[in-house]
Design a protein around this ligand. Structure first.
Ligand code: DMJ
Length: 551
């Protein structure tokens, strides 16, 4: 009977017709309702603790548990950092709920302190707390957004700076690659583990870079970039990286890798740092890394894991974090590849109604222990990016399916519960903060992206918005240098996986394509290339002609 009910729910969730344009307003309201069901219950039962337990209507101070699988060195005094509130601010802004946004900012300004004896994961703390605070700072500061009725005095930036400074001792290692763990009050424990993951130490630069630019303290960005450079220097001859490494020796402890768990946001931040900060270094690293992924991990439209030293396949598996990849491919203009992979991933989603955490592609079954779905955002994220790029209403239908599935399987009176096992749909008493910062935000923006009008944004790996600020863009190399680099390339340009990059066609009256970055001046005049943006139809960076026009 239970199975029959689940089956019927699945059919209902997956058989919705393609929404017409007029329906978008209603769907947007449905997402807003989902977000508020999660947020209001968090505020009622869990705030100011970290996350909501929606089944028992209680809370968990989970910041210290994130990534801490064995629950080691838990604090006896830590009582939360209002993590879900911090993570919700940028979504409240996107949904134009200025009163709740302002209330949240003022509460944090008055009450939040990082002077607490708690051991946290540097990566998680960076993307969730630091990223959430910096993004909310940008939003609060922007008077056009009208989010703060009584003004704003940089309180969130001060909190972010304090947190950033507390993370810095983690970078004091022989390799410059940071420890994965730090105590916010006492620093790195003398017996701290020296193992970290590639995503953990290779995706800090967006938040740290923004913090440096905002505070004028270059340390944050310098240290994050130094770690990234060191990590990149550890690549194999195939331009592949492993998943785990030792921060003291700079040696890999896990050679097998792919595009999912343990490495995903490393690729993401190379592209996003290039967009946010400019400069060719990030882009050069990304191109080599992307080509290597396409060459060694791709199988049709799927991706398997492989040994970084040999490129030989290790695990034929899908991990649900991989679903961010098509969104990344949209950012670099590889729309056709993004679409093909997204369709394959969606087939898997439809098979279960949601994603299993790990699916064994060779055996054709769910991993025996990783059967959960913690309300992850990655499929919604890729769907949003593909819709931005193509304006194909089919992606709206996908968004509707994702939303329906989540409502059917995980909505409970006290919020949204994670699914413990996709085979039985048994629930788990945990509402992760990224459900509010990412899953709800991407679904909402799919149906109403008006908040993004008039400005380019980069989404952090946690879904927080960072505006693209022209004054942050590094000057390009002198032309002669970039020519030399071009001619000295080993591989001919047309072997690049990026060679197929296509921009979406601009349909009548539609918004600009995903790759378009406008020229800084509306009359297209320029002094140097940095005044020129990225062409909407070719995705190529425009250059400045001798006559002083962007072309
Ligand atoms: C988020 O915390 C971030 O997207 C992170 O990069 C990995 N995945 C989770 C959500 O699935």
């Amino acid at each position: 009977m239970m199975l029959l009910l689940l089956g019927l729910a699945l059919v209902e969730a997956l058989s919705a017709p393609i929404p017409r344009f007029e329906e978008r307003a209603a769907l947007k309201e449905d997402v807003r309702n989902m977000f508020h069901h999660a947020y209001d219950n968090y505020m009622k039962y869990a705030f100011p603790h970290d996350e909501l337990k929606p089944l028992s209507l209680s809370y968990t101070d989970s910041l210290e548990e994130l990534g801490n699988l064995k629950l080691e060195r838990l604090s006896e005094t830590y009582s939360g950092s209002a993590l879900t509130l911090v993570e919700s601010l940028s979504s409240l802004a996107v949904m134009k709920n200025s009163s709740e946004f302002e209330k949240g900012v003022l509460w944090l300004a008055e009450n939040l302190s990082f002077d607490v004896d708690v051991r946290v994961n540097v990566f998680e703390c960076n993307i969730r707390l630091l990223g959430g605070l910096i993004s909310a700072h940008f939003l609060a500061k922007d008077s056009r957004k009208q989010l703060m009725s009584n003004g704003y005095n940089d309180q969130l930036l001060m909190l972010a700076e304090d947190l950033g400074l507390r993370l810095l001792p983690a970078f004091d290692t022989p390799t410059g690659i940071p420890y994965a763990w730090i105590n916010l009050k006492t620093g790195v424990h003398p017996n701290e583990t020296t193992e970290t993951s590639t995503s953990g130490c290779g995706s800090l630069v967006l938040e740290m870079g923004a913090l440096s630019r905002l505070t004028g303290n270059p340390q944050f960005e310098n240290l994050a970039l130094r770690a990234l450079r060191k990590l990149w220097s550890m690549r194999s001859e195939l331009n592949l990286l492993g998943t785990n490494l030792d921060i003291n020796t700079g040696r890999w402890t896990e050679y097998s890798s792919g595009i999912g768990a343990g490495i995903d946001s490393f690729y993401e931040y190379l592209v996003k740092a290039y967009i946010l900060f400019g400069g060719e270094e990030y882009w050069d690293m990304f191109q080599d890394a992307y080509r290597a992924v396409q060459q060694h991990y791709r199988y049709g439209s799927w991706y398997h894991d492989a040994d970084m030293r040999t490129g030989k396949a290790t695990y034929w598996q899908f991990t649900s974090l991989q679903a961010f990849w098509p969104g990344l491919q949209v950012l670099i203009g590889d729309i056709a590849a993004a679409n093909a992979t997204h369709r394959e991933f969606l087939r898997l989603w439809e098979m279960f109604g949601i994603f299993p955490e790990r699916y064994l592609l060779d055996a054709g079954k769910v991993h025996p222990t990783e059967r959960y779905y913690p309300l992850r955002p990655e499929l919604a994220e890729s769907t949003f990016f593909l819709y931005q790029a193509t304006k194909d209403p089919w992606y709206l239908d996908v968004g509707k399916k994702i939303m329906n599935s989540i409502n059917v399987f995980s909505r409970v009176p006290g919020g949204f519960a994670s699914v413990r096992d996709v085979m039985t749909m048994k629930l788990e008493d945990h509402q992760h903060s990224f459900f509010l910062s990412e899953t709800c935000k991407y679904l909402y923006l799919l149906f109403d992206d008006s908040f993004l009008d008039g400005e380019n944004h980069v989404f952090s790996t946690e879904g927080h918005l960072f505006p693209v600020n022209q004054s942050w863009q590094q000057q390009p190399r002198p032309k002669i240098l970039s020519r030399l680099r071009l001619f000295s390339r080993q591989k001919p340009i047309d072997t690049s996986a990026l060679a197929s990059k296509t921009c979406p066609r601009l349909s009548r009256g539609s918004v600009e394509s995903a790759c378009h970055i406008p020229d800084t001046r509306a009359d297209h005049r320029c002094v140097s290339r940095s005044d020129c943006g990225v062409d909407a139809t070719t995705c190529a960076k425009r250059s400045c002609s001798f006559a002083g026009y962007c072309s």
